[in-house]
Design a protein around this ligand. Structure first.
Ligand SMILES: Cc1cc2nc3c(=O)[nH]c(=O)nc-3n(C[C@H](O)[C@H](O)[C@H](O)COP(=O)(O)OP(=O)(O)OC[C@H]3O[C@@H](n4cnc5c(N)ncnc54)[C@H](O)[C@@H]3O)c2cc1C
Length: 379
């Protein structure tokens, strides 16, 4: 059996690896010419953590994870207003949690790919035709492929979805007028001052997180409400001491509106969407990568037993039937998280500050840690 997967991201590589273990050959088509080095910090826990363990990926992920001692809440003057030991956040999820850069997840998935997977860099699907028994695909480099299934694991702006479902705008739902900005850079001075701790600042309609990376790197993540992309940098700098220092390191940032993808159905004949292409929960939910891996495992399980073209369409239908309820539940949680992220009123801001002050009280910190859910998307 042969799968054609558009997108060598988290979902695409997890699926390719698992299908190849079941004897499938897999062509992965990736638009980028090479793996991207830059990225953003991911809280990795939940269903994807469990799936990664079953897939034998945890050692490779752990080896590439970042390690922090403390999450600090700071104010506009740079004064520390609250502290939360990361060990408490980890305890809240029984140690089943990692903080890791997205490119390191992709690297770990790629490093563990078995024989039978071929990645075609710098190409994309130009046309796809499903004749009922096979899918014929023409690539942008002129090559033609034929497979039993075509998987669109090509992210929020999915090419496969655009070709076979329709224009982007129909499926992408911006949330709460939030803009996300994420970047990695080199800033030895800021990295040294952070000293293994994550700094977070929450203000009205904006939130900033800055963390050191191994060596002298620094990563930043800001969520801004009601700010157009062109004003993002100034808005972050305007947050005060941490913001002014953080923007020095911004190079080629990720800048996009916080959004979900809602697609119905996920399956058309022998073409299926996977991960953010159909099920983005929004980055403030801190579950997208986790769900991408868990969804990939689920899809691979449904396809594993396919020996005949008809089995594939049965497997795809079972995947959507069984996996959609989990995604819809997490999307509902994601909408609530977006509404609550970056406090919108003085009252919400004061409540957030009170929570951080409470974290200093012995016995209360573990409750705050549980409420935080993760480190990089805590608020
Ligand atoms: C700033 C930020 C912070 C986040 N934080 C978290 C977090 O804390 N926890 C968490 O679990 N998730 C988080 N997420 C979400 C997570 O990154 C995504 O949900 C996850 O990466 C989705 O995986 P995917 O494989 O579906 O898509 P992606 O990882 O986006 O991969 C898609 C792949 O398809 C490729 N591609 C795109 N277009 C084409 C094309 N035309 N042809 C071929 N290939 C193409 C891309 O280059 C990419 O390699 C965050 C996201 C952002 C942006």
């Amino acid at each position: 059996m042969h799968a054609i997967v558009s997108g060598a991201g988290v979902a695409g590589l997890a699926l390719a690896g698992r299908l190849a273990l079941d004897g499938w050959t897999v062509d992965v088509i990736e638009r980028a010419r090479a793996p991207r080095a830059s990225g953003y910090l991911i809280d990795f826990f939940g269903p994807g953590f469990e799936a990664a363990e079953r897939l034998g990926l945890l050692p490779a992920l752990r080896a590439r994870a970042e390690s922090y001692g403390e999450l600090r809440s700071v104010d506009a003057e740079g004064r520390v207003r609250g502290r939360l030991p990361i060990s408490l956040v980890e305890q809240a999820v029984a140690g089943r949690y990692l903080t890791i850069l997205r490119p390191r997840i992709v690297e770990a998935l790629q490093a563990s790919l078995p024989e039978g997977v071929r990645i075609r860099w710098g190409a994309q699907v130009e046309t796809a035709h499903d004749d009922g028994a096979r899918v014929q695909v023409l690539l942008s480099d002129g090559e033609r492929l034929e497979g039993d299934v075509l998987v669109g694991a090509d992210g929020v702006g999915s090419r496969v979805r655009q070709l076979l479902w329709g224009p982007h705008g129909q499926f992408v739902r911006p949330l709460a007028d939030l803009l996300a900005v994420a970047w990695t850079g080199d800033d030895p001075e800021l990295a040294a001052d952070l000293g293994g701790r994550v700094a977070m600042q929450v203000e009205l309609d904006r939130q900033l997180l800055v963390a050191p990376l191994e060596g002298s790197g620094v990563t930043g993540f800001a969520v801004l409400r009601g700010i157009p992309p062109a004003r993002a940098r100034a808005a972050i700098a305007g947050m005060g001491a941490l913001g002014r220092r953080a923007v020095r390191g911004i190079r080629e940032p990720y800048v996009d509106h916080v959004a979900q993808t809602v697609v119905e159905p996920w399956v058309r004949g022998r073409v299926v969407l996977l991960g953010d292409a159909c099920a983005a929960v929004s980055l403030v939910a801190g579950q997208g990568a986790s769900l991408a891996i868990a969804g990939a495992e689920k899809l691979a399980e449904e396809l594993a037993w396919a020996r005949h073209p008809h089995d594939v369409t049965v497997g795809l239908a079972a995947f959507e039937r069984d996996w959609r309820p989990t995604v819809e539940r997490e999307q509902a949680r994601g909408r609530r998280a977006a509404a609550a992220f970056a406090p919108h009123t003085r009252l919400e801001l004061e409540a957030n500050r009170a929570l951080w002050r409470a974290a200093a009280i012995p016995g209360v910190a573990h409750l705050v840690a549980r409420a935080a859910g993760g480190v990089t998307k805590a608020s």
